[in-house]
Write a protein that binds this ligand. Structure first.
Ligand SMILES: [Fe+2]
Ligand SMILES: [Fe+2]
Length: 293
């Protein structure tokens, strides 16, 4: 079995790009693709259900299983509602035969390498999304007054109240298991990393970035992959007690790209397993060891 994992940034329901990624996975000998949030879990919409079907069919054909954690633009409450009763042997929720969701705090081991997933982030366009939902609700109300029997749901269709972790949610997850991991997968960035371009450097984003930072300090991963910023960068941050975490921010699908130096190749990373990097215990904090790319 091919052990490598293709870690990928935000797809935003872009089926064409998902199919291109599956071809990259085949070329790079990856039996798994893991998308670090904003995957496009919109099963409350017909188009979202179709997207899941299309990606699943393409994954099956490619002989690849696609995994994802939730971003702020994934309706994770519905994933739990639909799939909590259908975990696979590793505890992922089975959305389709070749499509699996990693809930917040989920841990697993692939080829001797331990992983944890912590989804969620804050939307900076929350007000715009809520205003659009309100406009849709007003239009539906008008149609009803003119005799339409349709009662479309509008709340929770564009902005999802569960989008970021709460402090209580994180407390419970870390209390349940605070043991270290090799690889941490998140949607949001840790507060301390410094990308060259940061469209989320806003006060409303800091609480969740602080939560991810807390996860880093507790689990001390050797490497962390995240999305959400839509920019590719590598940084190294302190995770406490002289240890360091390499942070790999991944870009997104081409349609959501805004960074001038964007390239589609910035959207993925081939993670070879078992993850050979050694923990950096004892390293001088003032001099992060240079890490292989
Ligand atoms: Fe996001
Ligand atoms: Fe995104």
């Amino acid at each position: 079995m091919q052990r490598n994992v293709l870690i990928a940034g935000d797809l935003h329901g872009n089926a064409t790009f998902a199919q291109a990624l599956l071809q990259v996975a085949r070329r790079k000998e990856c039996a798994r693709v893991f998308v670090v949030g904003d995957f496009g879990a919109w099963e409350h919409m017909h188009s979202g259900r179709r997207y899941f079907d299309v990606v699943n069919r393409a994954a099956k054909k490619a002989g690849v299983t696609v995994y994802f954690l939730d971003g702020n633009h994934d309706k994770s409450s519905l994933l739990h509602e639909l799939y909590d009763e259908h975990p696979d042997d590793e505890g992922f929720l089975v959305c389709r035969s070749h499509l699996r969701y990693a809930p917040r705090g989920h841990r697993w081991t692939w080829a001797g390498t331990s992983f944890a997933a912590f989804g969620g982030a804050a939307s900076t366009d929350k007000a715009w999304r809520l205003a659009r939902e309100a406009r849709k609700a007003a239009k539906a109300e008008t149609r009803r007054r003119y005799g339409s029997s349709k009662r479309p749901e509008t709340a929770g269709t564009l902005w999802f109240p569960e989008e970021e972790m709460t402090d209580e949610e994180l407390d419970a997850l870390l209390e349940a298991d605070d043991s270290p991991v090799d690889v941490l997968l998140t949607h949001d960035k840790p507060r301390a990393s410094e990308p060259p371009w940061n469209r989320k450097d806003k006060p409303e984003c800091y609480p969740n970035q602080d939560r991810i930072q807390r996860v880093v300090r507790t689990l001390r991963p050797a490497v962390l992959f995240h999305g959400h910023l839509h920019v590719r960068y590598t940084d190294t941050i302190a995770s406490g007690d002289g240890q360091w975490t390499r942070v790999e921010g991944l870009a997104c699908d081409p349609e959501a790209a805004q960074y001038l130096e964007y390239s589609t190749e910035h959207s993925w990373y081939v993670l070879e397993l078992p993850y050979a990097e050694q923990r950096l215990a004892g390293t001088d904090e003032t001099e992060p060891r240079s890490l292989p790319a």
